[in-house]
Design a protein around this ligand. Structure first.
Ligand SMILES: [Zn+2]
Ligand SMILES: [Zn+2]
Length: 561
């Protein structure tokens, strides 16, 4: 993993009275956010999310933060604070609880409700939960926590203030500053300013949109665009968005009512989350608008709206199945309209375009953020971040939540407002706040933890590499039998390939060079099968690379008979 501090070694012990920050995930990628704070031997964790795999992680379901650096100290964990209910913040919680089930979980009402359904899926029943709201203070060991309302692309998001003997830390979580949000709950800049007056020693800020100039557009600005799409559509409308984007779904429900259509949810997480949001009062469902998705098909197409999962091109989600025409009850037709009311998370581009192409092939009109304002980001743009730095006036800033380019851009914004000390750290890079100054002090080893079906962490980066090679370059096996007495090749080489050249005569030209190389190395004194196999691998590897520009996996087998 790249990071700006390649030469760091393990950090020295934390000086008394200092606060240590150990990012285990989310710094250097958009996903699997998890940050550990250490004070006086005790630990506080903020967020515990997942990262969704990309094309170069074949067969992987999820990627978790690496718990290794704190695995021996889980007893010292005072609490896990969840800033909001997005998967990249709560998704890995069940996996952490498998290692210590009674870690106190702290979050807002909606966050804990969304987490709750996830915990039930993992059959985790006896958990300790503390519901908090903005303005509230709660103490866990040496950590005095206070919560501040922030606006984001999911309701009920919180920033968290962490007070210890080392000073005041403000962690924004994910946020933006929409001034006209659907629920009227804006980021509490009064509180940010008050904390600024008190003195913020370390400000951890969301970097996702730091490269985007200006201010993030208001969620409400999508409404007229949706209205236009609904007016123009004569057939069925399918809107795909995040299954937790309550306000986006709210706007779709409102548009459906205005245009006399009925709505059905497709996708398990959409059905489940919207039921929670409705029950807790975060989603207002106009009477009579909802219909079971399966029954919706009985209505004429111009009366139907489906709200679906799969906006990131996830291969098993509803939208992806529709794009391949293998969804069990939604079959797209010429003239249907599909709206991708969603972001394009870095890394998902190929998958999303694959889905858009599939939908287009079926004759659907696809409306997406590339051709209409059907999505606004959930994250603060550069203008909002500058604004925050100016009112919080922090002593030290640590950009979080983003790839390195996002964090660098965020660091520049902080410096532009006069923040003197900005620490740039990626996953595993340890930052200490001592005597009011934050500094990089070392690094701990963190890797990617892959979840594959029911196994967690058993897949190494090496076997991931094997899968990539097998998937992209194919496989070659070379079997040779050598007489153990004379050292002569008595049978073979027999070469078989998969996902490489299908015509096996391709390999005729390399057979004699293999035999020659084996003879030469046996004459040089090579005796054991392992050495001879390396000879075969080298000869075949060079030849495929030179003659075919490929690097398949090569399995040489030398049998001594
Ligand atoms: Zn979020
Ligand atoms: Zn996030």
């Amino acid at each position: 993993m790249s990071h700006p501090h390649p030469d760091l070694s393990a950090p020295a012990p934390l000086p008394a009275g200092g606060l240590r920050v150990i990012p285990l995930g989310g710094l250097g990628e958009v996903g699997r956010n998890m940050t550990v704070f250490e004070y006086d031997g005790r630990l506080l964790i903020v967020d515990c999310g997942v990262l969704f795999p990309e094309d170069h992680h074949p067969g992987v379901d999820l990627i978790l933060p690496d718990f290794d650096p704190i695995r021996d100290r889980l007893d010292a964990v005072e609490a896990l604070v969840l800033t909001h209910g997005h998967e990249d913040h709560i998704g890995a919680t069940p996996y952490l609880l498998r290692e210590r089930g009674d870690i106190p979980l702290v979050g807002s009402k909606l966050t804990l409700a969304l987490l709750g359904s996830k915990l039930r899926e993992h059959r985790l029943k006896e958990t300790a939960q503390y519901e908090v709201a903005e303005g509230q203070t709660i103490t866990f060991g040496p950590f005095v926590l206070e919560f501040v309302a922030v606006n984001h692309s999911i309701p009920d998001a919180l920033a968290v203030v962490i007070r210890t003997g080392a000073g005041v830390v403000l962690h924004t979580g994910d946020f933006k500053m929409d001034q006209l949000p659907l629920d009227g709950r804006i980021t509490d800049l009064n509180e940010f300013a008050r904390l600024g007056d008190e003195g913020v020693d370390l400000f951890l800020t969301d970097s996702t949109n730091a490269e985007v100039p200006g201010f993030t557009t208001s969620e409400k600005d999508i409404a007229p665009v949706l209205d236009r799409v609904f007016s123009k559509s004569e057939k069925r409308i399918i809107v795909a968005c995040f299954a937790s984007h309550v306000h986006r779904v709210q706007q779709v429900l409102d548009a459906a009512v205005a245009h006399g259509r009925k709505v059905g949810y497709v996708g398990r997480s959409m059905v489940r989350n919207m039921a929670i949001a409705q029950e807790l009062g975060y989603l207002t469902v106009p009477p009579g608008v909802m219909v079971e998705a399966k029954e919706l098909a009985d209505l004429p197409p111009h009366k139907q709206v489906l709200v679906s999962t799969g906006s990131q091109g996830e291969p098993l989600a509803a939208l992806s199945r529709m794009s391949q025409n293998n969804h069990h009850f939604v079959h797209l037709e010429e003239g249907d309209t599909v709206v991708l009311a969603s972001s394009l998370i870095p890394g998902n581009e190929n998958a999303v375009y694959r889905v858009i192409n599939g939908l287009s092939r079926l004759g659907a009109n696809v409306v997406h953020k590339g051709n209409s304002l059907v999505h606004v980001s959930g994250h603060a743009s550069a203008g909002e971040l500058l604004y925050c730095y100016n009112i919080v006036k922090p002593r030290n800033v640590m950009p979080v939540h983003g790839e390195i380019r996002h964090m660098r851009a965020n660091a520049d914004l902080a410096r532009a407002t006069g923040v003197e000390n900005v620490v740039l750290a990626e996953d595993g890079v340890v930052v200490d706040l001592v005597d009011g100054v934050a500094k990089v002090v070392g690094k701990v080893d963190v890797g990617y933890v892959f979840v594959d079906g029911t196994t967690i962490g058993d897949i190494s980066e090496a076997s991931m590499k094997d899968r990539r090679i097998l998937g992209e370059e194919g496989f070659l096996s070379v079997i040779v039998v050598v007489d153990s007495v004379t050292g002569k090749v008595v049978s073979g080489p027999e070469i078989h390939a998969r996902g490489f050249a299908e015509d096996e005569t391709t390999f005729d030209e390399i057979k004699q060079p293999i035999i020659d190389a084996l003879d030469a190395s046996i004459a040089d004194g090579a005796t054991d099968a392992y050495q001879l196999q390396q000879v075969v691998r080298r000869v075949v590897g060079r030849w495929v690379n030179r003659a075919h520009r490929r690097r398949p996996m090569i399995i040489p087998v030398v049998i001594e008979a």
